[in-house]
Design a protein around this ligand. Sequence first.
Ligand SMILES: Nc1ncnc2c1ncn2[C@@H]1O[C@H](COP(=O)(O)OP(=O)(O)OP(=O)(O)O)[C@@H](O)[C@H]1O
Length: 293
Amino acid sequence: MNEYENAIELRGVNKTYKDFGLENVSFIVPKGCIMGFIGQNGAGKTTTIRSMLNITKINSGEISLLGLDHVQNEAEIKKRIAVVFDDLPFHDMFTPKDIAKILEGMYPEWNNNVYSDYLNRFELPYKKKIGKFSKGMKMKLQIACALSHNAELLIMDEATAGLDPVVRDEILHIFMEYLQDGERSILMSSHITSDLEKIADMVTFIDKGRILLTGYKDEIIEQHGIIKCGYDKLTTIDSDDIVSIRTNNFGAEVMVNNKEQALSKYSDCIIDPANIDDIMLFYVHRYDKEWLR
Ligand SMILES: Nc1ncnc2c1ncn2[C@@H]1O[C@H](COP(=O)(O)OP(=O)(O)OP(=O)(O)O)[C@@H](O)[C@H]1O
């Protein structure tokens, strides 16, 4: 098997639809990392994921998965990765048992023992038609399939969206277990930022087809802060230091992306920490920065 440093690499990816486009999308997922891929509805998460899998043909740019070109090595890549979309790609008449037979033929490393362990763990019946499964059961079944062929990379599009908080928590725990040897990697799109805040090592924010931020989660959180101040103070803050501003009756909240510097430059202001949700909201809405001009 080939050596590789990054499980996923996208460089300058462009894809144009009539009313939407991915513009110069670039980011990497180093081997061993969980990347949270965050964006609002319609931001371009699924289009990016479909492009990686060559389901959507890109107009330009480069994509490699497991160090291999995503078009030239598509067949090999697909044996070594697992993908979970938000709907089950099997006919309603099939049972988990039928699905195991199909996947056994597709994946060289399929393991029936691992699969039945996950079915037990998720309390999924082996012989019930999946048409009778709830949305959460279908999602758990997809995850069981994804984890049962020793995939080096899991790509998941809103995989935890249909699950209740208890099951979500259990699944996040299973993902962390799955990554323990440092040889496997996960890209997980979600708008449930609390899930990503819990488990992601890295985050990538996408909005309107463009990457706003990508990097290690802790560094991104550390770099950002929210200055709380009155309107009088607001005009003294350098516009270059500001990501965006949210105003209210009492004053303003100003997101800065160099908290360390802001702490010394605006030492008379309170600077609160920002979480992933705050960062996404301030970047996406770009609240009122024009207000200063
Ligand atoms: N085949 C297509 N033809 C034309 N436009 C498309 C096609 N597929 C997706 N789009 C458009 O691309 C945009 C981004 O959609 P995408 O599904 O990638 O967003 P998303 O971030 O995954 O959103 P969500 O969180 O709602 O799933 C949308 O405006 C959508 O209408």
